[in-house]
Ligand binder design. Structure first.
Ligand SMILES: [Zn+2]
Ligand SMILES: [Zn+2]
Ligand SMILES: [Zn+2]
Length: 117
């Protein structure tokens, strides 16, 4: 079986990080944790190895202290929630109505301009 680039990358990272949890030294059920929570940012200084338990703990602690933040891509309004799934749903619902509003406003302006002619 051929390994994907990500699998190869992961094998290398695991090796560099000594195949053990940074917190407790556990060597099983290791996860790759992204410090900036951006799962596409696989730079070496953004990732660390944590076992399942420590990883889970870290995320629940950070959730409580920081909360999760997302903002509307149209109006930049910020949304916070302790639940990532809930947050995504909230933002998506808002973005949908935000987009609708923008479309309506733009249509309104176009109609006004046409009248002025
Ligand atoms: Zn993580
Ligand atoms: Zn651990
Ligand atoms: Zn918005």
């Amino acid at each position: 079986m051929r390994m994907s680039n990500f699998q190869i990358y992961k094998a290398i990272i695991f090796n560099i990080l000594e195949n053990k949890c940074k917190q407790c030294g556990n060597k099983t059920k290791l996860h790759l944790h992204h410090k900036d929570y951006e799962h596409t940012n696989n730079k070496l200084d953004n990732v660390e190895l944590l076992c399942k338990k420590c990883h889970y703990q870290l995320h629940s602690v950070e959730r409580i202290t920081k909360g999760l933040k997302r903002s509307c891509r149209y109006c930049r309004q910020e949304f916070k929630s302790l639940n990532r799934k809930q947050l995504t749903q909230n933002v998506q619902a808002h973005e949908l109505s935000c987009k609708q509003k923008i479309i309506e406003e733009t249509n309104g302006k176009i109609k006004l301009e046409e009248k002025e002619k």
